[in-house]
Design a protein. Structure first.
Length: 118
């Protein structure tokens, strides 16, 4: 799976951004799509995931209630709607994909920078 992320930028605290991840694959039906982020000097952390062929979603506690992951099957695109952004959300955001049942995400897109000013 080839992944291309976009939509990052600079926003003030309390603002919103929507990230997009375009996926190129013959079929995504058996994939889990995810978003991760990495702040400077920190490890890459899980943010959210969605089951492409179903409705299951999962979120990190730190973004629960503020971020929403969704997918557009017609466009082969995964979105991350980020609301009520905080300075601690500042990071490089990556989209990723894995086969259902796989322990780790195998495919990664390039990152997109999100900066939240206070």
């Amino acid at each position: 799976v080839q992944l291309q992320a976009s939509g990052g930028g600079l926003v003030q605290a309390g603002g919103s951004l929507r990230l997009s991840c375009d996926a190129s694959a013959r079929t995504l039906s058996y994939y889990v799509m995810g978003w991760f982020r990495q702040a400077p000097g920190k490890a890459r952390d899980f943010v959210a995931s969605v089951l492409w062929g179903g409705r299951g979603t999962s979120y990190a506690d730190s973004v629960q209630g503020r971020f929403t992951i969704s997918r557009d099957k017609a466009k082969n695109t995964v979105y991350l709607q980020m609301n009520s952004l905080k300075p601690e959300d500042t990071a490089v955001y990556y989209c990723a994909a894995k086969m259902r049942g796989a322990a780790t995400f195998q495919s990664w897109g390039q990152g997109t920078q999100v900066t939240v000013s206070s």
